[in-house]
Design a binder for this molecule. Structure first.
Ligand SMILES: [Zn+2]
Ligand SMILES: [Zn+2]
Length: 338
């Protein structure tokens, strides 16, 4: 499947224009040409559209980590669309493909494939992958449930309009809040639109690049996923990405008390308000059990689009252990010390 020149141009614009916006904004900041309204628009739109991605696109639509009232789920899908990371069906499909083929052939954005495990690999996982249509997922295969949901498929198809809204709305709010001045419209567009998109995009892409490249690991997974504490707040909890690969359906990615996870806090808040239910939770016992295991069956090597119905994906055998087993095929497995 070749990506059309128009698609490539649009992707390039979505990457380059916010970057140019950040340069403008930096100059304005230097000259103190920014006020509390602009920064407020940046923060509000960052958090709202960020949650659209983390709570909506990722935990709800991709992994079904909880169930929610239709208006809540539709709102999250609209907010996620306003983050300009693609239509919900495409995002879900790419991400499910990433889970089905993590760091192996077929992963749309691994920093360890094709371009090697160095800086080129890191760049590919960060944003280069967006231009590699051949590695992207087919939504009719990986996001069939989204396409079959009338509201979600409508929101997915309306992505171009919602993307424009995602940039225009902060501009219009800036215009109104600055006493209907054109300068307010422009700074609203800049801070609530472009600068917000720049930071949100790079933080989201860091989950694909940094969180498969460096950081800490707790569970015996065969992939390269990591937990990256310094990205926890800007990523709204998504940078506990190694935990997430261990338990993809968990509503919480921060599994320990100190692993701050604002997205999980929002899901718990929605549950308390009766707007969300059936939260997938991983007990501390289940975590310790997995932590202690070094040999388990590979339950996730198939590429089934939906995660399996159990609350956790089992970790894969480590490559080293596989090699050892190959040397002594008949011997019953013993647990190596961890
Ligand atoms: Zn990952
Ligand atoms: Zn995921």
């Amino acid at each position: 499947m070749e990506m059309s020149r128009l698609d490539k141009a649009i992707n390039l614009i979505v990457i380059v224009v916010p970057f140019v916006g950040v340069i403008f904004a930096t100059v304005m900041l230097w000259n103190r040409g920014v006020d509390a309204i602009d920064l407020g628009l940046f923060l509000v739109f960052y958090v709202l559209t960020g949650f659209g991605i983390t709570v909506g696109y990722h935990r709800l639509f991709t992994h079904r980590a909880f169930a929610a009232k239709p208006w809540v789920s539709n709102t999250l899908a609209v907010l996620g669309s306003m983050a300009l990371e693609g239509p919900v069906a495409d995002w879900v499909a790419d991400h499910r493909k990433h889970h089905a083929h993590t760091d192996v052939e077929g992963d749309p954005h691994s920093p360890h494939l094709g371009e090697g495990s160095g800086l080129r690999g890191l760049f590919h996982a960060h944003l280069g992958w967006i231009f590699h249509e051949e590695d992207r997922a087919d939504s009719s295969r990986y996001a069939k449930d989204i396409l079959e949901d009338p509201s979600l498929s409508l929101i997915s198809r309306q992505f171009p309009a919602l993307a424009v809204l995602g940039v225009l709305l902060p501009g219009l709010l800036g215009y109104a809040l600055h006493g209907f001045e054109i300068a307010g419209l422009l700074t609203g567009l800049l801070w609530g639109g472009l600068v917000r998109l720049f930071f949100l995009h790079h933080v989201t892409w860091s989950i694909n690049s940094v969180c498969h490249f460096s950081g800490t690991r707790r569970f015996p997974l065969e992939d390269h996923s990591t937990n990256v504490f310094w990205l926890a707040i800007p990523s709204l909890g998504e940078s506990w990405h190694h935990n997430h690969h261990a338990f993809p359906r968990s509503a919480e990615h921060g599994l320990r008390r100190w692993e701050l996870d604002p997205s999980a806090a929002l899901i718990r808040l929605l549950a308390r308000a009766g707007l969300a239910w059936n939260l997938v939770e991983i007990s501390p016992e289940r975590q310790s059990q997995l932590e202690a295991e070094a040999i388990v069956d590979d339950a996730a090597s198939d590429d089934s689009p939906l995660p399996d119905a159990t609350s956790a994906r089992l970790p894969r055998r480590t490559r080293a252990w596989r090699a050892l087993r190959a040397l002594v095929p008949k011997k019953p497995a013993t647990k190596p010390s961890v």
